[in-house]
Design a protein around this ligand. Structure first.
Ligand code: XMP
Length: 515
């Protein structure tokens, strides 16, 4: 269970719902995303201390508009409606919401009533991010306007006597520079919350939960990938149940230079885990022989992983539980209306299909947390920065960065180029500023000249992207000197590559990986 009384974010289908939840946590309020029609009784059951109504694409006066349980507005719970959330609040309490004469979109100057607790400590005029067609034209009884923009005289409202607030703009986005302060004011000044939650407070809760779930004698198997999520899970397990947890690390031969050794040293050495490394490199290579189709590669790698992992897990006597690093964005139980971005309910298994196949019960101690929170917990647990600050690395590994057939020789070439990219990114302090930075090997050869000799070697692509969550991305504007150094080193130090190009495709329409 959550460690403190949470703030519920009711999801009306905004693309920013998760961002709202994260912003609240940055102010040390534990947040939970719940479906928009969650009844008051359920909020009470979860001991919810305040409610935020997200934005959403609908019009609140439409017949099929997503609604909230009206009892929530009568329950004396502090409520902050954002955009659609504000319109819904006002509409539900008798105000008038209609389509405005013009669409207000983007940065807008706003005048605030700074005597109100929501805007306490802010300048009387600032900038906010607006994105709406509908607007409140007639305020509901008992409410008053506390902010105005040139195009919207009712840009924020409050109830005279009850803790009900609405803002037409989006305080959660970075384009609203004072938005963080407004959310903080809502939590502290309006809702009067203590706001003492921190991600590390969840360490003890997670440990207690693992113990409760696994019992006195249960054994747990944990798949370690070398990434931060599974690493944190492994260390939490060790703390919770000691040697009744076993970690299985499958070395598929598709990892980056030195990675398998580093993971092994970290976990069996420093953390003293029951760490079982399976060297399955040859088996994977064999299954990939002659395969060039990207999907076929992924399927074969996935199946081989399951085979290898299953064999290992079965050899651990009495193991009935499987731990994995599922994160909050993967388990948000949302039923966003109108197919909004949060409508998808996915059950994400890092080790796809394994629990069903092995008949294991899942242990998911990170299921309340966002990625950055897991990183912080990892730091606190003493994991090295190479693991907690590791960039995302796809399950199929370097195989999806070798366009064409994966062979031992091509893996060696890519590994060498990739190691140079990583080293230069780290040395220049760019590594932690981007989402991912890596090399891709193409099945294309080009003519070059080295010394006085003509060369005819492979082309390597440098891919460096910035992204918030991997769903969209843009290529990183790296300094030319850094690009030059990386290209120079790869061509000079890696036998088999004589040309380096830089990928300047955004996502969409491209993807981050090449396959
Ligand atoms: P794409 O290439 O689809 O990748 O733009 C988006 C993000 O997901 C990562 N990725 C994967 N991660 N297993 C994973 O765990 C996979 O099969 C996989 N494929 C892509 C990719 O590195 C990027 O961060």
């Amino acid at each position: 269970m959550p460690p403190t009384s949470p703030v519920a974010v009711l999801d009306f289908g905004s693309q920013y719902t998760q961002l709202i939840a994260r912003r609240l946590r940055e102010h040390h309020a534990f947040s939970l995303i719940l479906p928009h029609d969650t009844p008051l009784a359920e909020l009470r059951r979860r001991d919810v201390a305040a409610v935020v109504l997200s934005g959403g694409p609908a019009s609140c006066y439409a017949d099929d508009a997503p609604q909230l349980d009206p009892a929530i507005l009568e329950a004396d719970l502090p409520v902050l409606g954002i955009c659609y959330g504000m319109q819904l609040l006002v509409h539900a309490l008798g105000g008038g919401v209609r389509q405005g004469s013009e669409h207000e979109y983007g940065r807008t100057r706003i005048a605030l009533d700074t005597t109100d607790p929501l805007f306490r400590g802010l300048p009387p005029e600032t900038t906010v991010w607006m994105s709406h067609c509908d607007r409140v034209l007639e305020i509901a009884r008992g409410f008053r306007s506390i902010a105005r923009t040139p195009g919207c005289p009712i840009a924020a409202v409050r109830h005279e006597h009850r803790p009900l607030y609405g803002v037409q703009f989006h305080p959660e986005v970075s384009h609203t520079p004072e938005g963080g302060w407004m959310l903080r004011n809502f939590l502290l000044e309006v809702a009067g919350l203590r706001c003492d939650w921190t991600p590390s407070a969840t360490i003890e809760t997670a440990i207690a939960e693992i113990r409760a779930q696994v019992g006195e004698r249960g054994r747990v198997v944990c798949g370690l990938s070398g990434g931060v999520d599974s690493a944190v899970v492994a260390v939490l397990l060790q703390r919770a149940i000691g040697d009744r947890s076993s970690c299985i690390f499958v070395d598929n031969g598709l990892l980056r230079a030195g990675e398998a050794v580093h993971v092994q040293q970290t976990f069996s050495g420093q953390f003293g885990l029951d760490f079982r490394c399976v060297d399955a490199a040859e088996r994977f290579l064999e299954r990939l022989r002659g395969v060039t189709d990207p999907e076929e590669k992924r399927i074969r790698i996935g199946h081989t992983f399951i085979d290898v992992f299953t064999e290992q897990a079965r050899s651990i006597e009495g193991a009935r539980f499987l731990a994995q690093g599922t994160l909050y964005p993967d388990v948000v139980e949302s039923t966003a209306p109108h197919g909004g971005p949060t409508a998808r309910i996915k059950s994400h298994h890092n080790v796809g299909g394994l629990p069903e196949r092995l008949g294991f019960e899942l242990v998911e101690p990170l299921r309340h947390l966002f990625k950055d929170e897991v990183r912080r917990i990892g730091d606190e647990l003493g994991l090295p920065p190479e693991i907690t600050r590791r960039q995302p690395f796809p399950g199929p590994g370097l195989a999806v960065r070798i366009v064409g057939e994966v062979t031992a020789q091509r893996l060696e070439i890519l590994r060498a180029a990739d190691a140079i990219v990583l080293e230069e990114m780290r040395d220049s302090q760019w590594h932690d500023r981007v989402w991912q930075s890596f090399a891709v090997l193409l099945p294309v050869r080009s003519v070059g000249v080295m010394g006085d000799r003509r060369t005819y070697e492979s082309v390597c692509v440098l891919r460096v992207v910035e992204s918030e969550d991997g769903m969209t991305a843009d290529w990183a504007r790296l300094p030319h000197e850094l690009l030059a150094r990386i290209a120079h080193r790869i061509v000079n130090e890696v036998a088999g590559i004589n040309r380096v190009t830089y990928d300047i495709t955004s996502k969409p329409p491209g993807t981050i990986e090449w396959e």
